[in-house]
Ligand binder design. Sequence first.
Ligand code: ADP
Length: 503
Amino acid sequence: MAKKYVAAIDQGTTSTRCMIFDREGNPISSSQMEHEQIYPHPGWVEHDPMEIWSRTQDVIRGALEKGNVDPNDIAAIGITNQRETTVVWDKNTGKPVYNAIVWQCMRTQDFCLEWEKEPGANEKVNQKTGLVISTYFSGPKIKWILDNVPGARERAQKGELLFGNIDTWVIWNLTGGPNGGVHVTDVSNASRTMLMNIKTLQWDEEMLNFLGIPKSMLPEIKPSSHIYGYTVPNGPFRASIPISGDLGDQQAAVFGQVCFNVGEAKNTYGTGNFMLLNIGKTPSLSKSGLLTTVAYGLKEGEAVYALEGSMAITGAAIQWLRDNLRLFDDAADSEWFASKVKDTGGIYFVPAFSGLFAPYWDMRARGCIVGLTRYIRKEHLIRATLECICYQTLDVQRAMEADSGVPLTELKVDGGAVRNNLLMQLQADLLGVPVVRPKVNETTALGAAYAAGLATGFWTSLDELKQNWKVDKRFEPTMSKETRDEMYRGWKKAIERAKGWID
Ligand code: ADP
């Protein structure tokens, strides 16, 4: 009998989710659990990889149970994950040698600042990997573990340790762990390590030597849609099912939003914002502060590339208002408060909590609120926070237009914060183009499911996937160009205040 479903595991920064989709791409069951955020020092962020594996198993069982799904009806499994987050573990015991170092973690700042000073270093990194020198990527995080965990370097050199981003860690465990687990990653995740050559799609010897990372630790690089291995029947799926999709979360959203053509873009509004523009099969480098990254690869040795604007703090700024300033209890209330004022009263909030990412890449920047007068109330600050998400997106959009020469005609959006209608309207107004929200907002999980289903013939073509995409709501711009330009001018001034704060 034909199988009915595809499952996706979305292992994110704050939570892990398992979703099961039918052939039309409708979610039929979902289970989600949070995991602990570990902050050992200011600016450091870790996760416990064993907790992540345990939550992964819980949500798989939860999704099967909630939807009353027979595992034998699942045709394929896709994995998508928080990118760059780094795990190093012992291949014989399956035990991590250290906590996972999360993408936001800034512990490698001193090393990166020194490295950046070397003449030509940033250009070289950019040309080889499409990235820039930043604490954000995996390479320096692996180096930190090898330098700081007693005995790690020796064990790595003896071939006892494995590295993986979270996709690799989850696939290795689902396929048997120390008993035959498959050690793989896909091109989209590998493009975020700072260790893969963006043109050859192979690990780059020079980057590995420079960072002192033994090649034996690294997973094999495979296409994003490919049968990597099978789940073990004594695992949470209770069946042998092909794992056949693997994409970094932002690239999975590109896939789930069916941005398969050159010039199509999506922006995801989560903890951070990530805007990706499909640029086709040539990895052109950015002149405007964007990253060049692999969007997805469907065949061995081939890739479709994207320009990426990564914004570290967007939804996280809303969380900060909620948790640190206690301005409201629920992120969704930000919409109500912001709607109580007609503007921000002239203030700007630059949430450069972990430096500024695209297009500025300033590790020394820190957050600021400027333009304060006694008139300002909490509603103004909340509105300024929504606006700062839009301005960051506008910065990235302008960089994308400068690089590609192609004006954006509309923006597909997804992620937790797009439920905020005021935010979406502000975004359309500030961009001056329509913002389009799809019916299935869980595009990250959907993209991983699509990649998995394509590899096993559950879906047969990209065109078939395009048929599944449906509009929920379209936000049309209504603001005049003069108002928009005037507001944006203030933002650019505020950015200058945030830059270079740390000596
Ligand atoms: P992630 O996958 O990065 O964990 P999600 O896509 O689940 O994030 O989105 C959650 C983020 O969106 C949080 O940072 C939260 O503050 C923000 N958020 C959620 N709902 C709203 C809302 N209605 N308005 C503004 N921000 C929101």
